[in-house]
Design a protein. Structure first.
Length: 332
């Protein structure tokens, strides 16, 4: 399965606050907020939603193509991605802007306050999906993750024009999107990804009810944190897959991207959505145990053990043949 992953490519600046963000909020003073946090740690990591998803797919040996815009400071990051199975042939290098920056503060309850500087990402709108497929080969699936909003709109339209199945993953950009653009990005998606908060925001932005969304997409996948994943479709109804329990949370940044990589890898192998969600949850648990969204390795033995522990030997056995064919060894 040939997958293109379009979206943000960034450098993450991750800080840990030992207290609770909510303790710093005064209920009757929320109209004038001025907060400053003394943090214990700062970690600078490779990130960006598209790069994170492509990294995970690369570990599964799926040779994904990354599509996005970066600055001239991307060279070392590009080497890293190529070493982990990512095709960077769809990446545009800006002549005048730096690679995007993500700055995130995480408290002891894993609540986060984040900001994102787009930088070179604003040039992603100039990438034409029609011109990047190697050898003219069609993509089997295009993942449209958070990106420059105009790039997201253009690439969604190009998928429709080319008849390419696509994933709608508007995520953090929902806060910037208008009603008409949000509706356009969602309509016709084979898969729609949100987290629980984003699912409510999506309904608000579109003005639709749940049934209206399900009439316009193939399947809606909503990650629920420690409560697992909800899978909804007009044809099959609603299913919930629990999360992998007992995982120590080190840093939640990029965990949703790891879930998407595991889910899409399994569906690419032909598995049903519930089985794909189990693999996604197992990979997300691996990502949760490290600092940064690409600070995990893919070890089939450990993944199968996590799957068996969380979902039973039968569920693990269904995914075992594909996981054992993953040839790429752990890098660390």
């Amino acid at each position: 399965m040939r997958i293109a992953v379009s979206g943000s490519i960034a450098t993450d600046h991750l800080m840990a606050f030992p207290g609770r963000i909510t303790d710093q909020l005064i209920p009757d003073r929320l109209d004038k907020v001025s907060l400053s946090f003394l943090v214990d740690t700062l970690d600078v990591r490779r990130g960006g939603a598209a790069a994170n998803i492509a990294f995970g797919l690369g570990l599964f040996g799926l040779d994904p193509m990354l599509v996005g815009a970066v600055g001239s400071d991307f060279a070392d990051y590009e080497v890293w991605l190529k070493e982990h199975g990512v095709d960077t042939g769809g990446v545009r290098v800006s002549a005048g802007r730096q690679t995007a920056r993500f700055v995130c503060l995480t408290d002891q309850d894993t609540n986060q306050i984040a900001s994102f500087y787009a930088g070179a990402m604003t040039e992603a709108r100039h990438i034409d999906l029609r011109g990047i497929a190697p050898g003219g080969r069609r993509f089997d699936l295009v993942v449209l993750s958070p990106d420059d909003p105009e790039a997201m709109r253009i690439h969604t339209e190009q998928c429709r024009e080319l008849g390419l199945p696509f994933v709608a993953d508007p995520s953090q950009q929902l806060a910037r999107l208008t009603r008409s653009v949000t509706r356009d990005l969602v309509t016709g998606a084979r898969w729609l990804f949100t987290n629980e908060y984003e699912s409510a925001l999506l309904l608000d932005r579109t003005g639709w009810r749940v049934g209206d969304v399900l009439d316009r997409v193939g399947t809606w996948i909503t990650t629920l944190g420690g409560d697992g994943v909800r899978i909804e479709s007009a044809a099959a109804g609603t299913t919930t897959v629990p999360a992998v329990a007992g995982v120590r949370s080190v840093d939640p940044t990029g965990v949703g991207d790891a879930f998407r990589a595991g889910f899409l890898a399994a569906t690419g192998w032909g598995h049903a959505p519930d089985a794909a969600a189990r693999l996604g949850c197992a990979l997300a648990a691996s990502a949760l145990g490290g600092v940064g969204p690409q600070d995990y390795e893919l070890c089939p033995v450990r993944l199968l053990a996590a799957l068996a522990s969380a979902y039973g030997e039968r569920a693990a056995g269904a995914l075992a043949p594909d996981l054992r064919r993953v040839a790429r060894p752990p890098t660390r």
